[in-house]
Design a protein around this ligand. Structure first.
Ligand code: UDX
Length: 471
């Protein structure tokens, strides 16, 4: 049985199912959001797919480590998950078909077990969950895993105000998008600027708006103070929108808080001890941490440029290269193990919070961006796809939290550019300015989720309304 922060049983309180898309960058924030709901006296069951559920027991965490009750539904690919589907479109279609029935049965099962469900919080990429919730007369809440700015852009596409591929006329629109700085085509989500790549994911992100007006709540994993203009504009389109981020364990935002309920989700096994031991004897702010998240995949030529750029910068580096990417490391690469460490996965928050890290070379996934901001770590943006180019634009030009490593005509970011960016962020005037901004954003993020902060108030309001409805 779940317990709230004052350790009272919370059995007689509303029960939420929280249903993420089965990907690290979606499960992680929805797991952390679940923990915040639990702290507000809401019972939560995090609903994973069967395959993910099996994978986590085999790798990282146990249920008690999550401190959130887990259950699972079939997505039609119980043995191989998303990777086993012949395409993303087939996966998403199958998940909708099989998952709708499975989620319905789970709701019935919970009811039969005396644990009736009152609300479904669902990932915006799987909006059919809202139809299931409504069929049972439940409260439905969308959870947007990307920024308000990015959702503003997709909403323009949904309304036909931006029609990819972006034409000259479209480029004019980009200069005046409400709530956003003037954008160039390269600042758009890649699914819009490179229209036609990953059409199924594009369809899901635009399709999230198809039934969202029927949702009772729309949560965005962002912070009002971080992008207030975009949030204000998006709220006009989605009046139920509230910002509830950053979904980062409080202990990383405020070192005085104890580390009790803060295991993140990942289907990869982290080399924590190795990383933390290696970082332990490095001076404050001396290490460049490099990660491209759970999905992005660099080509061998880009891996070689990155390796050389890091090595040539002369700084310590800790680089996450997932197992599936290892073969792309340059042949016969070698470096001083005191100077560099390559691991297949780490506990990113722990690394960023260690104090030794002075620069984060990032693909600008939204979770990594929020984590960099929350810990005030200066960033070198190397966006790869989806929302990352837009996040990179904000990192450099809106929040003043880093620089962007620019690619050439072939898209390759050269070693000299990487070295230049790392040096700029690690030292010099620009670095100083970014670090000052880092202190500011760190406080903004912490305040948002502290008692009475903008995100905390939104979560309390939701919890209060559910409790009132149920009791
Ligand atoms: C994806 C998309 O790429 C991203 O743009 C979108 O906003 C969310 O979904 P991903 O590419 O995995 O996510 O990036 P990101 O959003 O940054 O999430 C990665 C998560 O994995 C972060 O929470 C990060 O802390 C964690 N991580 C990463 C680790 O715990 N260890 C690592 O070694 C690397």
């Amino acid at each position: 049985q779940q317990r709230n922060s004052s350790d009272e049983p919370i059995h007689d309180t509303p029960h939420c199912l929280v249903v993420p898309l089965p990907a690290t960058g979606h499960i992680n924030p929805m797991l952390q959001f679940s923990k915040r709901l639990i702290s507000k006296r809401i019972r939560v069951t995090l609903v994973l797919t069967r395959f993910v559920s099996k994978s986590i027991t085999a790798t990282t965490a146990r249920e008690e480590e999550f401190n959130v009750r887990l259950d699972s539904i079939s997505d039609g690919f119980d043995d191989g998950g998303m990777e086993a589907a012949e395409s993303t479109r087939v996966y998403l279609d199958t998940f909708r078909e099989v998952g709708s029935g499975a989620l319905s049965r789970l709701i019935e099962k919970q009811s039969d077990a005396g644990e009736p469900v009152h609300c479904v919080v669902y990932d915006h990429c799987i909006p059919w969950c809202l139809d299931v919730a409504k069929k049972f007369g439940l409260v439905g809440a969308a959870f947007l895993t990307q920024s308000c700015a990015v959702d503003t852009i997709y909403n323009h596409v949904y309304q036909g105000l931006i029609r990819p591929p972006v034409t000259e006329q479209g480029i004019l629109t980009l200069r005046t998008l409400p709530g956003l700085p003037p954008l160039k085509s390269e600042d758009l989500p890649s699914l819009v600027s490179k229209f036609g790549t990953y059409p199924a994911i594009f369809g899901a992100l635009v399709g999230q708006f198809s039934n969202i007006d029927e949702a009772d709540w729309v949560f965005c994993n962002s912070v009002y103070e971080l992008e207030n203009e975009a949030a204000d504009w998006l709220s006009k389109r989605l009046p139920k929108l509230t910002t509830i981020g950053p979904t980062i364990p409080s202990m990383y935002l405020d070192k005085r808080l104890k580390a009790d309920v803060d295991y993140g989700f990942s289907i990869f096994k982290p080399s924590n001890e190795l990383c933390m031991n290696w970082l332990a004897n490095k001076p404050n702010g001396s290490v460049v941490y490099v990660s491209f998240g759970s999905l992005a995949s660099l080509g061998p030529a880009q891996m070689e440029e990155l390796f050389s750029g890091l090595n040539n910068s002369g700084h310590y580096f800790l680089w996450v290269v997932r197992k599936t990417e290892e073969t792309k490391l340059p042949k016969n690469y070698c470096f001083n193990p005191e100077k560099g460490l390559i691991v297949s996965w780490c506990s990113q928050l722990e690394v960023l919070a260690s104090g030794a890290v002075g620069c984060f070379v990032t693909h600008c996934g939204w979770n990594s961006t929020l984590e960099g901001l929350s810990l005030g770590v200066p960033m070198v943006a190397m966006p790869q796809w989806t929302d990352q180019p837009t996040n990179a634009k904000f990192i450099r030009d809106v929040w003043g939290m880093g620089v962007r490593a620019e690619g050439g005509g072939d898209g390759l970011v050269k070693r000299e550019e990487i070295e230049r960016c790392v040096r700029e962020v690690m030292g010099g005037e620009r670095g100083e300015e970014i670090r000052r901004n880092g202190d500011k954003w760190k406080n903004v993020m912490k305040d948002a989720v502290s008692e009475g902060g903008s995100s905390d108030r939104c979560i309390s309001q939701f919890a209060g309304s559910l409790i009132n409805q149920v009791l």
